[in-house]
Design a binder for this molecule. Sequence first.
Ligand code: IVH
Length: 672
Amino acid sequence: MATSPAEEVAALREKLVRWASAYFEQDEPVVPDSDYDAAMQQLQRLEREHPELADPDSPSQRVGSAPLSAFESVVHRLPMLSLDNAFSAEDLADFNRRAMDRLGRTDITYCCEPKLDGVAVSIVYEQGVLALAATRGDGTSGENITANVQTIQNVPLRLQGVGIPPYLEVRGEVVIPRDAFERMNANARASNDKVFVNPRNAAAGSLRQLDSRITARRPLQFTAYSVGVVEGDLPACHDEMLKELGQWGVPISPYMKTADGVDACERYYEDIAEQRDALPFDIDGIVFKVNAIADQEKLGFVSRAPRWAIARKFPAQEVSTRLLGVDFQVGRTGAITPVARLEPVFVGGVTVSNATLHNSDEIERLAVRIGDRVVVRRAGDVIPQIVSAVADEQGDANVARQDIVFPQACPECGSMVVREEGEAVVRCAGGMSCSAQLKGVVRHFASRKAMDIEGLGDKLIDQLVDDALITSVADIFNLKETQLASLERMGDKSAGNLMVSIARARETTLPRFIYALGIREVGEATARALAQHFLTLEALLDASAEVLEGVDDVGPVVARYIRLFSEDERNRSVLDDLLAAGVHWPAVTEATGDGPLAGTVWVVTGKLESMGRDDAEQRLRTLGAKTASSVSSKTSTVLAGPGAGSKRKKAEDLGVAIIDESQWLAMMEELE
Ligand code: IVH
């Protein structure tokens, strides 16, 4: 069937928007970059040939353009101010008192928003079309970064809706979500590229590119928090004004709330502080703003900050301390990781005394030596990292300065160490004969998402391996109660309990078992996909690399690791021993979909009160549902807890049903 250029353009735009959303918002590209580039070129060609089809909203407007030689300077028509800080509840109460005195009032309603830790940007819309974007600079003038901001996926190129002021300057923060940042850095480390210190620096660096095609590939996100110059009318309260921007397509914070009085502000602060680690972005505090714009105008400004807003800060996520020494830990794949021993320091709300140094390249990059002062970063659930060494000539008399020397042999078993070509990681070549690797393998095998052997904790695993009671994971199932009871710190009762949980673990599921094997790069999702595809362990072990690559989620690298695992005689004999010891699972049948939720696809996102996301997904699957990690038009329902960000938004955009935890629990009770 012949399609018109207009239809082809529309189809290409729809496809490109979908692919870009998978790439940037879900971090799960659905097509290779080359397909994306080809479709984009086709769209650009058609738009050139048919200028009447031009649209400022077209994804072709977001690919970036030829590099600039320098950024032009932009004078802000209204200066971009900063905020005063409050470091305690008292500071906040003082601020509130001053504001009440000036307004002659006894209570004030505030608009509360997280203080995003990113880069401030001003975006001007003229007649609803993005006309200019600038950095804050020194507050008076910044740099023209229009070409870069146009590439940010969630920045509307044209506003939609009614009542849009003819001239509207939106101000907000550009950030990189934490998970995307970690991935960016992991890729950079693997390919020996530049590693960013934190998401804020990565966002700033990405916006400062003279070549906007580079910016276009960075996972930047914009959130509006105020307006600058506006020619036209906006609502009379800050929260209503932001919601109105939201109606026109400008992204605003889903966490924004109003609070009556300073006590409610404090409760909001505590509530977000509790969620801080689970939020998708770094935040460094809460901004409280007097909600009525008329009151804001009465209060005015002092020097560089408004009298109507204040930032209540959280504990710092980056602080400096001293590097006391470096230990080398051997993981289950033999990877040798340098771990920094630190003078204990309070960072991101907890006391930290260890931090990862990743690998020898990282040590070189940081140019760090034992005895140096270092900056430690802890944000979210991510393990603490050393982000830089501080030039500190003084040193500490108690800690001798010395170079960090990577071991030439495995620090645990003395085997030789190898570094595969193109890999940054050094590994112990000892395999299972290295007790550290064996301990790691057993830990993973027994862990909750794998065989889930309750009571088989790290200390106990260390003892069992050190006493040679465990020489492979299969030995777990041959342990005797008397052997366990004779171990240090192990009473009869705990030995008995452990025997029960080991016995229980014999009955498992194929996805859990595959995951438990600890094949490199085979996480839970891949294990599930493999089980669903091959249905039996034998079929998986016999599959060629080519067949393996036909499975969702499996690329050449994963296929190679699976083959290496299957071809290893020792692994085959451990598998035989496990089956002989009675490990079994129910037959996996193709997803014909039994159960009341058969045929439905669920996405679980945000933080749940009553259980972890994994358990919630497991419960859904038990009832026949499919679970997925990203929202698409195939999603039937999204279970969203607090902190659900882009996935909730996507579901809203697509009109997918969203339910909260209490609704879900009620529904599960009905169905189970
Ligand atoms: S309001 C006049 N709201 O914090 C008030 N600022 O220290 C202008 N920031 O440069 C700022 N999140 O880049 C406001 N929800 C939020 C914010 C926020 C982050 C940044 C902003 C500003 C800096 C001030």
